[in-house]
Write a protein that binds this ligand. Structure first.
Ligand code: S3P
Length: 425
């Protein structure tokens, strides 16, 4: 679908957005693992989380949709049933990588598949540490999906230092660690999102050269009630839109304010963005609260390497803020963007060039100067939900608007994006 967006002048109103995608995946997984009934409120309604639910249905977990949320009848320690067919993770890297850590410890064979995009994404990053823990994993020649997981003799604990900043790899190892007697440790130089640690109550230690998280059999999840705060990554599109339109005032309710995810708020505030946090609360170790955003004038700033893992999913929309801010937007140390749902460095540079901006592409980032010159450019989503939404925001702020091709992929994280824009525009 080619979706056209015209410039809007300002916005106002209140938004309540769907549950955070990362927390939703984990709530489904941990409820499925726990023996007995869990209850999840405000689960993400995106396709990615549906992929996780479908995988666990095939593993024998029962999901009952109730008025207030989702009831999950979990299976208990190593009690999943063998899936009758391949487990399809769809477009979701979190599903494929985290479920591998769980399946590595089961006593049946399973095969994980994904869509075209996920089948190109690197899996060696989980295969290597899980194999060190005793897992038996067979992948295709390039270490991509599909992967086959064969029952292991035993899953044993390891001490592992992450070679790439990745919460998915960290979580896969910690989840496999829940099936071992001894303690598994995962060290990371620049801390990534810590939902797995918070939601399972894992021990973590902060050092001058990084962070270590620990898991063992003693941390295996129990049935629980979860309230999932709204997704800060989804909220970021609306936050940037409100900041870029003078005279705007927006209230976004119950947004996840986990410190390993709020880097985007820090960067935007340092650029001059007026963002206020109010009504802060906590559920399952996850802080959340309301955000009040006021239209502001922004200036580009230097973005430090340390903060990159914290803002990794927000870089597409942050670059849109950068285009309309004073000065040149530069992002470096972000090569991981090339391994997301699309090669996001290429996707962003391609679209900014299509809009007539001065773009320089680097291996680990890009820089952008100037303002959009092309009238209503046709921009490509590359079938990547965050690229599609970033260029919707870009078009809504650009004088001549813009069109985004293959826009339907937004349903991966936020199927109601268009309705939400209409409600505040
Ligand atoms: C996620 C971790 C991040 C992020 C992804 C979700 C998670 O990926 O980009 O959208 O839920 O653990 P990394 O594994 O590269 O950190």
């Amino acid at each position: 679908m080619l979706k056209e967006f015209n410039k809007i002048n300002n916005l106002s109103g209140v938004l309540t957005l769907p549950g955070d995608k990362s927390i939703s995946h984990r709530a489904v997984m941990f409820s499925s693992m726990a023996a007995g009934e869990s209850f999840i409120q405000n689960l993400s309604n995106g396709e990615d989380v549906k992929s996780t639910i479908n995988c666990f249905k095939q593993l024998g977990v029962e999901f009952i949709t109730a008025k207030e949320g989702l009831r999950v009848l979990g299976k208990g320690f190593k009690n999943f049933k063998a899936p009758g067919k391949n487990l399809d993770a769809g477009n979701s890297g979190t599903t494929a990588r985290l479920i591998s850590g769980i399946l590595a410890a089961q006593n049946f064979e399973s095969v994980i598949t994904g869509d075209d995009s996920l089948s190109k994404r690197p899996m060696q990053r989980i295969i290597y540490p899980l194999t060190k823990m005793g897992a038996n994993i067979i992948a295709s020649e390039n270490s991509t999906l599909p992967i086959k997981i064969i029952p292991a003799k035993k899953i044993q604990a390891i001490d592992y230092e992450l070679p790439v900043a990745s919460a998915q790899v960290k979580s896969a190892v910690l989840l496999a660690g829940l099936h071992a007697e001894e303690i598994t440790s995962v060290k990371e130089k620049y801390p990534t999102r810590d939902h797995t640690e918070r939601m399972l109550g894992l021990k973590t230690e902060l050092f001058s050269d990084g962070k270590i998280s620990y898991s063992s059999k003693l941390n295996y999840p129990l049935p629980k009630e979860y309230f999932i705060p709204s997704d800060i990554s989804t909220a970021s599109f609306f936050i940037v839109l409100a900041l870029l339109l003078p005279g705007s005032k927006l209230l976004v309710k119950n947004v996840s304010l986990n410190p390993s995810r709020t880097g985007i708020l820090d960067v935007l505030k340092n650029m001059g963005g007026k963002i206020e946090k109010v009504n802060t609360k906590e559920s399952s170790g996850e802080p959340f609260g309301d955000l009040i955003i006021t239209g502001s004038s922004l200036s580009n700033i230097r973005i430090d390497e340390k903060i990159i893992p914290n803002i990794i999913d927000e870089i597409p929309v942050l670059s849109v803020a950068g285009v309309f801010a004073e000065g040149e937007f530069i992002i470096r140390h972000a090569e991981e963007l090339r391994s997301k749902e699309s090669d996001r460095i290429h996707a962003l540079c391609y679209n900014y060039k299509a809009a007539g901006l001065d773009v320089e592409e680097f291996k680990d980032g890009f820089s952008i100067k100037g303002l959009p010159k092309i009238n209503s450019p046709v921009l490509e989503s590359f079938h990547d939900h965050r690229i599609a939404m970033a260029f919707a925001i870009f078009s809504l702020v650009s004088k001549s608007g813009g069109k985004v091709n293959n826009f339907d992929c937004v349903s991966i994280s936020n199927p109601n994006f268009i309705e939400q824009i209409k409600s505040i525009a």
